[in-house]
Design a protein around this ligand. Structure first.
Ligand code: PEP
Ligand code: MG
Length: 319
């Protein structure tokens, strides 16, 4: 198969034996969604809304935000659109939401935690998302999924879910990117409709290694067995509750990792759009049982390189 044939394949993501794995795109702007067109993406798995406001000096009002989300939902044409509420702080500084004097911004008031200092920020955003959602045809409303970043406890998930539902959002979720959340994924899933693993931050916090520190890339490797264990625990909780568990960190764009994530029980993979065709192709050539064997082999490896090698050894020869 040539690269062109690969790129033109827009069939839904599935393993060789037909087990579905939704293949979604990570986006940061409405333009990104429009560019997806009739492409490989079955929807948007991560809409990083903070990207919309990187240059804003003041917090955007509900009135400013509503048309942006309405435009985004129109561009998605009824496909699933997973919107993440503002993830400001640490590596994502926003002028109107970042505390200057934090000693350890990655461990500070970032993501959902901003509700402690700037509760109106989340209120205004959820109000705008709710308004844009209600303007959609009834059949499309449940396709807008809204999740909070940096959730650490089931109680945070509960408060977020209550707030989001009060604004008319039907499908509410939490990101799992803090080890505490992965370890209590069952209790978090009792509060929300879905979760999505952010493997970039999950690796950072599991390995206590700054994701921006180029000297620590070996520790930040998503193949670290400790990170895989937390992904496995989260996926198990999803399987037990029959609720979706996605991955929207960069690791999903590695076809070999995508197979392992599928084997662990992850139900959707979201990545930068250009990575989708290779992941679809890899899935198509491996039945779920083989993905599971790869996942088990990776989980029992002692190091990250050995985890990757263990999975690689079990791939189909033609891929
Ligand atoms: C992640 O942490 O893996 C994630 C998807 O979010 P971000 O990279 O935007 O922090
Ligand atoms: Mg993150």
């Amino acid at each position: 198969e040539g690269e062109r044939a690969l790129a033109e394949d827009t069939s839904p993501g599935a393993t060789a034996d037909g087990h579905p794995v939704a293949l979604l795109a990570n986006v940061g702007t409405v333009d990104d969604i429009e560019r997806l067109g009739p492409s490989a993406a079955e929807g948007v798995g991560l809409f990083r809304t903070e990207v919309l406001f990187l240059d804003a000096v003041r917090a955007p009002s509900r009135e400013q935000q509503t048309p942006v989300y309405a435009h985004a939902f129109a561009a998605a044409k009824g496909a699933r659109t997973v919107v993440r509420t503002l993830d400001a702080g640490a590596d994502k500084p926003l002028a109107f939401a970042t505390q200057e004097d934090e000693e350890n911004p990655a461990l500070g008031v970032r993501g959902y935690r901003l509700v402690r200092t700037l509760p109106e920020l989340l209120e205004e955003q959820l109000a705008a998302l709710g308004e844009a959602t209600r303007a959609l045809p009834a059949a499309d409303r449940a396709q807008v999924w809204v999740m909070a970043p940096m959730i650490s406890t089931p109680e945070e998930a509960r408060i977020f879910a209550r707030l989001a539902r009060a604004h008319g959002i039907e499908t509410v979720g939490a990101m799992i990117e803090v080890p505490a959340a992965a370890l209590r994924a069952d209790a978090i899933l009792a509060e929300v409709d879905f979760v999505s693993l952010g493997t970039n931050d999950l690796a950072q916090y599991t390995m206590a290694a700054d994701r921006l520190d180029g000297a620590l890339t070996d520790l930040l490797d998503p193949w670290q067995p400790a990170v895989l264990s937390l992904v496995a625990a989260t996926a198990r909780a999803g399987t037990a509750t029959r609720k979706p568990v996605g991955v929207c960190g960069e690791s999903a764009s590695d076809p070999l990792m995508a197979l392992v994530l599928t084997g662990l029980g992850v139900t959707s993979l979201s990545m930068s759009a250009p990575a989708l065709p290779a992941v679809r192709h890899a899935l198509r050539h491996h039945p779920l049982s083989q993905c599971r064997a790869m996942a088990e082999a990776a989980l029992s490896a002692p190091t990250a390189p050995q985890a990757r090698q263990a999975a690689l050894t079990l791939t189909a020869p033609e891929v």
